[in-house]
Design a protein around this ligand. Structure first.
Ligand code: T5A
Length: 231
């Protein structure tokens, strides 16, 4: 029997990596550093965010972050996040993963669990139903939960914002943000196979080093390729 060379099949599915945590934890900073690193390793990757990331979802982002969604009540506000996620998943995330492209996403379903579930008091059954519709079986391969004392995160967010007004969630009180931090820590403790808790109360390079170590260990990224890159 002769073995035929394998036909060129579809590309291996890309990896889905999400970044979560409270306000000002450094998610956007770290996601950019990781994207640079993956590019240096010649891995194709896109950076995206929630709420938003697709044209339709960006419109909904404007509605929720302006505070208009809050007026509708917790469940309807959560439906807005779900509608945005549905568009983002189908228009951007799934097509990229299917083409073998890594997707680095600034917030995803854990944010709904923490902000709307733990703090907005939307029932788990409601959140489960929304997840079934919006993400189905899609799960991040790896989630970095950036953990930082609330006061420091809020200071960073305020410094970045400058003279601008705080958004819908930045405007919540300190107790809200303390509970939020606990909710994210709880998610990390509950799903240790998927989640890595990162100490984000350090300079950006130190945080990036923790992330790269976890990425290497969890997703077996070969870092022996170009050594010139640094995250
Ligand atoms: N939301 C979202 C829900 O309620 N439910 C959901 O389902 C979803 C998806 C989105 C909001 O929507 C809510 C959660 C959010 O409240 P957003 O505008 O996208 O809001 O903002 P956030 O995701 O909250 O992100 P932030 O912009 O607040 O902060 P990041 O991205 O965590 O932090 P970053 O990187 O922008 O850094 C903030 C500042 O700190 C500096 C940066 O230079 C920047 O100035 N910094 C550091 N300084 C010192 N040391 C470090 N290590 C630093 N890293 C960054």
């Amino acid at each position: 029997m002769t073995l035929e060379p394998a036909a060129a099949g579809p590309p291996a599915r890309g990896r889905f990596v999400t970044f979560e945590g409270g306000e000002g934890a450094g998610k956007s900073t770290q996601i950019r550093l990781l994207a640079d690193r993956l590019e240096a390793l010649e891995l194709r990757a896109i950076v995206t965010r929630e709420p938003g990331g697709s044209p339709g979802a960006e419109i909904i982002r404007h509605v929720v972050l302006s505070g208009m969604g809050k007026l509708l009540g917790p469940e309807a506000e959560t439906l807005l996040f779900a509608a945005a996620r549905d568009d983002h998943v189908h228009a951007v995330i799934e097509p990229a993963l299917a083409q073998g492209i890594w997707v680095l996403c600034d917030r995803f379903a854990d944010s709904t669990r923490a902000y709307q579930g733990s703090l907005g008091q939307v029932a788990p059954a409601v959140l489960n139903a929304m997840e079934r519709v919006t993400i189905g079986r899609l799960k991040p391969d790896l989630t970095f939960i950036l953990d930082i004392p609330v006061e420091i995160g809020m200071q960073r967010a305020a410094a970045r914002r400058g003279a601008g007004a705080p958004d819908r969630f930045e405007a919540e009180d300190i107790q809200f943000h303390q509970q939020l931090r606990e909710a994210f820590r709880q998610i990390a403790a509950t799903e240790p196979q998927r989640c890595v808790l990162i100490d984000a109360n350090a300079d950006a390079a130190t945080v990036a080093a923790q992330i790269r170590t976890a990425l290497r260990e969890r997703l077996l990224v070969n870092e022996t390729r170009p050594e010139t890159a640094s995250a």
